[in-house]
Ligand binder design. Structure first.
Ligand SMILES: [Zn+2]
Length: 737
């Protein structure tokens, strides 16, 4: 679902002085508004030569650093390294944005061809002994540098260390081979996913559409028309399509067919099978961790996260798992009871494909809240202007639509003005699903904030890409509550990009388990009554959302939280387990998941993890490997940070927001995430607001041991999966050829 694509490519302002082929926009200055990418002039054939030239220039800039006869200094090594590769970074960002949001066969072919070359290129730099010797010389004398310079020097040094700069020649060779193979496997994983998703369609006769609201039917009919399916209805594996179907369709066999299609994407033995790709990735990631002196890939990854160790992640996830599963089981029992009453069958049970359907029935009866009746108050344009108003109240910034080149006609572009009306940056928004766009929602950058050598600010260009419910011929796009929340979420990432104020490109990166704080904190405002009054206006009548609906939305916020927490934790745990293996043994991905979640942790069969391995793109091609826990980890931070607004007595407090902007958002990677956080809140976050928000605290906390869980010292270690057990289980699974 939600994730952010942060291209950590090195990029700064430098101009291209080489003679280059004409007609390729990458080789000319961009005269577009604010220097945005000239999307309308870009053709697939421009990318390969641009990549090649970008890599060549980058290599030449690195060679100039190593060939410099002057003694190594911060400026001639670290700052020069930070500035190098401007063209390459620019090409990679634009290419990455297009291949995720508007791809085609030609671009995919280029991607598959470029991916190993890019991996070789980055290894050639990361494993260059002459360059590393210079970096180390500056690093060893870093005490004389200012704080930002020291921070950058340490990060660059560490990056080299983690790329294998300290390895023997033989091991470096092995590292190069591993990286190259991993890079191609990532491309393969993603392409299998996309093909599997596109290959599946549930085509339904309108007579079998009982229970489906008219909006859901209208969208499915539009899709059928686009796909030349006559008067049928077409449902796909994209969320805006399958979730409403599972929520409302009265046909259990059809719900089952669609959900099994979703769960079976790229499964073992299917046409676009990812099982071998996953096996190869885990084998290579484990090898890489061993080369680097770590027990497992999770140990290697977490070494530079806030959490630091797998034990600490497990301790955190396990703390929430028991109360979440208990709550989900209660929710399940309630649904079973409802079904038994309805069917007058005292032995009736429910299945995983029934969860949304019965949850919606209970929600409707308990809160009298019907999502389809709520949607008209969440027209996309109204939600967007609500977010604009929120940003204006909090930070004083404003958004102005501009005409700029786009890669698809649906894309909208805004100039963002700072509180003093100066230019802050540019923001792209791309809302609807279509062929060629990956699933989920994310935020990226076309250009990161920076400074030219003469100190001029380079304004960021950021973009959010979503897969929201589309408009139909007669109705504008009406968002679900979940989509509304996602919009706020991605907007938070965009603000993090827009407010960035760091002196060096290498200081943009924040810890992966910190990066969801800026996004998730925005979700807290989405349904606050004062906020709904601002933006939730009926798209036809113009009436504000009735008080009773606001009340029901808020009363129902705890509803189904057991399920939502459990499916999120299940995915987080299955990610940690698969990356915590100390030795690789071929395994069946389905059996591994079953052991990790059902056998070992007692996941109930009515709940599936949010993602199964074969389409868990966050962890196989999205940068969240051993990191999916970050969402719930960051929720501790965001819920606690939001308390600062609550405590101030004003949810829109400009003073608190300004503090948050300058202490948490602007500094990005200038300091460790927890240091930034402590600076803002004066203390480390408490887990209590998270437990409260998810309804996992008992009514009388004193009467329950949960409070002890909440206040437990987070440093208490808890053992991850014992390796001996794991190996035994792995050996039991059928071998993958
Ligand atoms: Zn996110």
């Amino acid at each position: 679902m939600k994730h952010t694509l942060l291209l950590m490519t090195i990029c700064a302002i430098a101009s291209c002085s080489e003679p280059t082929p004409t007609g390729n926009p990458f080789f000319t200055e961009w005269t577009t508004p604010f220097g945005v990418p000239p999307f309308e002039d870009l053709r697939p054939e421009h990318f390969r030569p641009a990549f090649e030239e970008g890599m060549r220039q980058h290599r030449a800039e690195i060679d100039a650093i190593t060939a410099n006869p002057e003694p190594p200094t911060f400026d001639n090594v670290i700052a020069a390294y930070d500035r190098a590769g401007e063209l390459y970074g620019r090409v990679a960002r634009v290419f990455g944005a297009l291949t995720s949001a508007e791809t085609n066969a030609e671009l995919e072919e280029i991607k598959a061809a470029m991916s190993p070359l890019q991996s070789q290129h980055s290894d050639a730099i990361g494993l260059d002994p002459a360059l590393f010797a210079k970096v180390k010389a500056v690093y060893d004398n870093r005490a004389t540098l200012n704080a930002a310079q020291q921070r950058l020097t340490e990060r660059v040094y560490r990056r080299f260390e983690r790329s294998g700069a300290l390895l023997s020649e033989t091991d470096k060779e092995r590292m190069r081979a591993i990286n190259e193979e991993l890079s191609s496997l990532g491309v393969k994983f993603e392409s299998n996913n996309r093909e599997a998703m596109n290959a599946f369609r549930l085509v339904v006769d309108p007579r079998d559409a009982t229970g489906l609201p008219s909006g859901v039917v209208a969208r499915a009919r539009t899709r059928a028309e686009e796909e030349k399916q006559g008067d049928k209805l077409v449902f796909t594996l994209s969320k805006p399509s399958w979730i409403p179907f599972l929520t409302y369709s009265e046909s259990e066999p059809l719900r089952r067919q669609l959900y099994e299609g979703y769960l079976g994407q790229s499964a073992e033995g299917s046409q676009f099978d990812n099982a071998q790709v996953i096996n190869d990735m885990i084998r290579l990631r484990t090898d890489r961790a061993h080369l680097m002196g770590f027990d497992s890939y999770a140990d290697f990854v977490l070494d530079e996260r806030m959490a630091k160790t797998p034990a600490r992640v497990y301790e955190f996830l396990d703390d929430i798992w028991a109360p979440a599963l208990a709550k989900a089981t209660e929710e399940r029992d309630e649904m079973v009871a409802l079904k038994r009453t309805e069917t007058a069958d005292s032995t009736a049970t429910i299945n995983s494909w029934d969860w949304w359907y019965y949850a919606e029935k209970i929600r409707k009866s308990r809160y009298n809240l019907d999502e389809e009746q709520v949607r008209p108050y969440f027209a996309l344009d109204n939600v967007r202007s609500g977010i604009f108003k929120l940003c204006n109240r909090l930070y004083g910034i404003t958004f102005r639509p501009i005409v700029a080149p786009v890669y698809h006609k649906d894309v909208q572009v805004y100039e963002v003005l700072d509180i003093d009306n100066t230019h802050l940056g540019v923001m792209y928004m791309d809302f609807f699903p279509r062929a060629g766009k990956g699933s989920g929602a994310w935020c990226g950058t076309y250009r990161s904030q920076g400074y030219t050598p003469d100190g001029t600010r380079i304004a960021p260009i950021t973009n959010i890409v979503c897969n929201f419910t589309e408009p139909t011929g007669t109705t504008p796009a009406l968002l679900t509550l979940d989509e509304t929340e996602t919009f706020f979420h991605e907007f938070g990432h965009a603000l993090h990009n827009l407010f960035a104020d760091v002196p060096y490109q290498g200081l943009h990166g924040t810890e992966r388990d910190f990066v969801e704080l800026p996004s998730q904190i925005m979700e807290n405002w989405a349904f606050a009554p004062a906020m709904l009054a601002e933006y939730a206006i009926h798209h036809r009548s113009g009436e504000p959302i009735p008080e009773r609906i606001v009340q029901r939305i808020n009363e129902s916020s705890m509803f189904n939280q057991g399920f939502m927490t459990t499916e999120l934790l299940a995915a987080s745990l299955s990610d940690m387990d698969i990356h915590s293996q100390k030795e690789y043994t071929p395994f069946s991905v389905a059996d591994f998941e079953k052991y990790a979640l059902t056998t070992r942790r007692g996941l109930i069969p009515e709940i599936e993890p949010r993602y199964r391995y074969p389409y868990f793109s966050h962890i196989f091609d999205g940068g969240y490997s051993a990191g999916y826990y970050s969402y719930i980890w960051a929720e501790v931070l965001d819920k606690d940070a939001y308390e600062a607004f609550v405590e101030s007595g004003d949810l829109f407090s400009r003073a608190v927001a300004t503090d948050f902007r300058h202490k948490v958002l602007a500094p990005r990677g200038l300091r460790d995430g927890m240091d930034l956080y402590r600076d803002f809140r004066g203390a480390e976050p408490s887990r209590e607001p998270l437990f409260r928000a998810r309804g996992l605290l008992p009514a009388d906390p004193a009467a329950d041991s949960l409070l002890a869980l909440v206040s437990r010292d987070p440093n208490t270690p808890r053992e991850p999966l014992p390796d001996s057990v794991l190996r035994q289980i792995l050996n039991e699974g059928p071998l993958v050829e």
